[in-house]
Design a protein around this ligand. Structure first.
Ligand SMILES: C[S@@+](CC[C@H](N)C(=O)[O-])C[C@H]1O[C@@H](n2cnc3c(N)ncnc32)[C@H](O)[C@@H]1O
Length: 209
């Protein structure tokens, strides 16, 4: 049966350079509209792959994987050579991710319905996030209205997030686009800081001790 998401599909020709427009055209319209604010741009995923490839990546976790854009395109760029895991707490976004994963036929991407604050996935070489805690701060372009917007909640979540990251093994990397929510990450040092697609692309490395 044809997937409902692809009824309006514009054809993507294998071999053509990927663009945000062509990727996003697979999404239901309301999620396409959110793309510039919520889903990682193609150029940032390409930069991430270049970094990961040079850094001996074995597995990457996207903390808050949304519609799966980062995970699926990264897996395509890597030709399924690495394990990619997406954790997302919104069921609807996971169904969209699964549908798009099937469309592209990537075999080494796994999506899990998990809250990474309460079930942090330890044991991977690299982690990625696109400012997932930002949604608890008042602002526009929200995915939905299901989560409370509260400065207190944001600070609590940021504290938990930093505590989880502090327990990562030495040399683990956290790659961020538009940050992780704070400006200082205890136990880590900033090893890369670039501007791509109007956003801050940073890599943090966990200290030896
Ligand atoms: C800005 S979007 C980025 C999506 C994806 N990483 C990308 O770059 O295309 C942040 C995502 O994190 C998810 N998220 C926020 N807090 C989360 C949590 N505690 N556990 C799991 N997912 C979370 C949101 O539902 C949203 O899909």
């Amino acid at each position: 049966m044809r997937n409902q998401f692809f009824d309006q599909e514009r054809k993507i020709i294998v071999g053509d350079p990927m663009t945000d427009e062509s990727w996003d055209s697979l999404l239901p319209l309301p999620l396409q509209t959110l793309s510039p604010f919520q889903w990682t741009p193609i150029s940032v995923i390409e930069r991430t792959w270049k970094y990961l490839f040079s850094d001996g990546v074995t597995s990457v976790v996207d903390l808050g994987s949304g519609v799966g854009k980062f995970c699926i395109y990264l897996s395509l760029l890597s030709s399924d050579s690495i394990e990619v895991i997406g954790l997302e707490d919104r069921e609807e976004l996971l169904s969209v991710s699964e549908a798009i994963k099937k469309h592209w036929g990537v075999s080494r991407v796994q999506f899990q319905k998990k809250n990474f604050l309460t079930h942090f996935p330890y044991g991977h070489s690299h982690y990625y996030c696109f400012n997932p805690l930002y949604e608890t701060i008042k602002g526009s372009h929200s995915i939905d209205l299901k989560k409370n917007k509260s400065a207190n909640q944001f600070l609590k979540d940021l504290h938990t997030f930093k505590q989880n990251l502090f327990l990562l093994k030495p040399k683990s990397k956290l790659i961020t686009f538009h940050g992780f929510g704070g400006s200082y990450l205890p136990g880590f040092r900033l090893v890369l800081n670039e501007e791509i697609s109007g956003g801050e692309f940073q890599v943090w490395e966990k200290d030896k001790s």
